[in-house]
Design a protein around this ligand. Structure first.
Ligand SMILES: [Mg+2]
Length: 341
């Protein structure tokens, strides 16, 4: 039963919770043979390869329930998984949600969480077909997404070749800027959150976008390696280079720094380029492409999705270097967002 306590509904049994969740998630999808509500879901992915990914968000580690709304947390929990499927060149199809809840969480909070997940699922055309709920001392949201990719078209991070151009979608550093606002002292944070640039940075942190169509376009353009930037450009590029057995040379002036970081730099004394290189959670795409394919891919991505594609440097034989505005090369530190730090 869901019992009323001081006017609030508190979740007490799993069946009640599941019934409420089912109402939020129910949807028709021709690929779903047995939907949520049975022992397991049955889906028909069609004649493709299957892409599988899981991501877990923990209260106090990946989000802060006292700052982020339940809707945003749910939206982001689905989006980050969609981003990983997209980074393989796949399209998301089905999702599973495992949720751990402390006893004091209100039913309204849980419904808002699922509302956010449902919104992201609808946005990326995936069906949430099942999951699990357990008791815990803190909120943990774990989302598994299954997607599909045409046979032989999965974009791995291990295929970058010396001479390839390195490209990045959108702008970087915004999510780290938003986190900076969330973690600043409350009065200053509220001031910044009231500005246009503050809202943009908070939105980058709380409501990231997954670049599904952009990734498909990059695969069509002949990308040799691709990944999403979840832990910062420098660290993720280093991972791509390590997987591919190559080096990289990044031209710092060409790194697309989120313009909303300019005013944050004035207010907080941060270095926008530092956040763009080493901040996390932007969920933009990093790809290696034959140089002759870049211009056409950028034009298509701009035309189809309104997203910019920046050429930030090149894949090299070895070394991990950054070129400053003075033209000098120096080592680029493979440092980023570490979830275990
Ligand atoms: Mg990834």
């Amino acid at each position: 039963m869901v019992r009323a306590l001081s006017g609030k509904e508190i979740v007490t049994t799993e069946d009640e919770l599941l019934a409420a969740i089912r109402k939020v998630l129910s949807a028709e999808d021709p690929g779903v043979i047995v939907p949520i509500g049975d022992d397991a879901a049955v889906v028909d992915p069609g004649g493709h390869h299957t892409v599988l990914t899981v991501d877990t968000l923990v209260d106090g580690v990946h989000f802060d329930r006292s700052v982020a709304g339940a809707h945003d947390i749910g939206f982001k929990a689905v989006t980050v998984n969609v981003s990983d499927v997209a980074a393989m060149g796949g399209s998301p199809r089905y999702g599973l949600v495992a949720l751990a809840l402390p006893p004091d969480v209100e039913l309204a909070w849980v419904m808002e969480l699922y509302g956010g997940m449902r919104q992201a699922a609808d946005q990326y055309a995936l069906s949430l077909v099942g999951g699990d709920t357990v008791r815990s001392d803190r909120v943990v949201v774990s989302v598994t997404v299954m997607g599909r990719v045409a046979e032989g078209r999965a974009a791995r991070r291990s295929g970058a070749r010396p001479g390839d151009a390195l490209v990045v979608t959108g702008a970087l550093g915004g999510a780290a800027g938003g986190l900076r606002i969330i973690r600043s002292d409350p009065a200053q944070g509220a001031r910044m959150a009231g500005t246009d640039w503050g809202r943009e940075l908070l939105s980058a942190q709380l409501r990231p976008m997954a670049r599904v169509g952009e990734a498909e376009t990059l695969v069509q353009a002949g990308t040799s390696a691709m990944m999403d930037i979840s832990d910062g450009l420098a660290l993720d590029l280093w991972r791509m280079c390590t997987a591919s057995g190559v080096g990289a040379r990044v031209v710092l002036d060409q790194v697309p720094v989120d313009p909303a970081l300019g005013p944050l730099a004035d207010a907080e004394g941060i270095d926008p380029l530092e956040l763009a290189l080493h901040g996390g959670e932007d969920y933009e795409l990093l790809a290696a492409l034959p140089p002759e394919a870049v211009e056409d891919a950028a034009a298509k991505i701009k035309e189809r999705f309104g997203t910019t594609l920046a050429s930030i440097g090149a894949v090299t034989e070895r070394g991990f270097m950054a070129v400053g505005s003075d033209g000098r090369e120096r080592p680029l530190e493979p440092r980023g967002w570490d979830h275990f730090a």
